[in-house]
Design a protein around this ligand. Structure first.
Ligand code: ADP
Length: 268
């Protein structure tokens, strides 16, 4: 009987070791697949703006050689592609900073409504095909944090709302106070997000099935970076969405001078 018990244990230990080897192998294969996917997505995305950029520069060179005036629209379009490239590179740099735990944030009082108004004023001229609505409370809300990084979150959510909405769509930005928390919401009437994919939206390199419909490229890093920034400010970020009806991305931030928490804060 003793002999049988021992041999049973040996087999179990051997099976466990084998299962562990298989798990490690699977993890290593998965890591290689993620790295390869990343390289091909990142190189494709980084290369895409280069083709129109080169074309616009060639037109400008030709004009310069033949002594003709420079058409401003080519300069503007070339600059837009440069902005797109630098946005992608900044997202990649931010992601590697987050991964290394080195995304540094300033801690200064930020008047929230002033920031939201400034972000909207910068975006309106570059998104003439969408109506941007805005609503804010009368009292000033102040956040302790990094002004530039909070602006980055707002720009990201608003640009996504524009990217994933039809031309002529309305996007609504609202700021509210819920007790000691500021609640910021960005609502669009765009393509919406499949319900089984919502849970993954804030993961690194995740693009939902709906992304190709928009016709816009992307690295799937914007929301990942937004979540990190919001959570480092002590807030939360989530999405409410229905395919075909649109999406609302909301985030909270602790307000500096908070009234007692009188209202129930909406949540994911
Ligand atoms: P990117 O836009 O570069 O793909 P993000 O991290 O900003 O990366 O977004 C991740 C994915 O979430 C997008 O690819 C898209 O599938 C989905 N998404 C984000 N915002 C919206 C939105 N407002 N409406 C519909 N889908 C969205």
């Amino acid at each position: 009987i003793i002999g049988r018990v021992w041999s049973y244990r040996d087999v179990t230990t051997e099976r466990r070791a084998q299962a562990e080897r298989e798990r490690l192998l699977h993890e290593a294969e998965e890591a290689i697949r993620v790295r390869d996917d990343f390289l091909s997505i990142a190189s494709h995305e980084l290369k895409t703006p280069l083709t129109p950029l080169k074309l616009h520069l060639q037109v400008l060179r030709q004009r310069a050689v033949s002594g003709q005036p420079f058409p401003l629209q080519h300069v503007e379009k070339a600059l837009a592609q440069v902005a797109r490239l630098s946005g992608l590179i900044n997202d990649l740099l931010d992601t590697s900073r987050i991964q290394a735990g080195r995304l540094e944030l300033r801690h200064e009082p930020v008047p929230l409504q002033q920031l939201t108004r400034e972000v909207l004023a910068d975006l309106r001229p570059v998104s003439p095909h969408h109506t941007l609505e805005y609503e804010e409370p009368d009292e000033t809300l102040t956040i302790q944090g990094d002004r530039g990084r909070l602006a980055q979150v707002l720009v990201n959510l608003l640009e996504n709302a524009i990217k994933y909405s039809p031309m002529g769509g309305t996007i609504r930005l609202t700021v509210e106070r819920y007790g000691g928390q500021a609640l910021v919401s960005v609502t669009d009437r765009g393509i919406g997000i499949p319900s089984d994919q919502k849970a993954h939206l804030f993961e690194r390199f995740f693009r939902a099935r709906n992304a190709p419909i928009s016709g816009f490229g992307g690295l799937g890093l914007g929301l990942y970076i937004c979540r990190d920034i919001v959570e480092h400010h002590g807030g939360r970020i989530w999405v409410e969405s229905e395919v075909g009806s649109g999406s609302t991305f909301r985030f909270t931030l602790p307000a500096l001078e908070g009234a007692a928490d009188a209202h129930a804060l909406p949540g994911p």
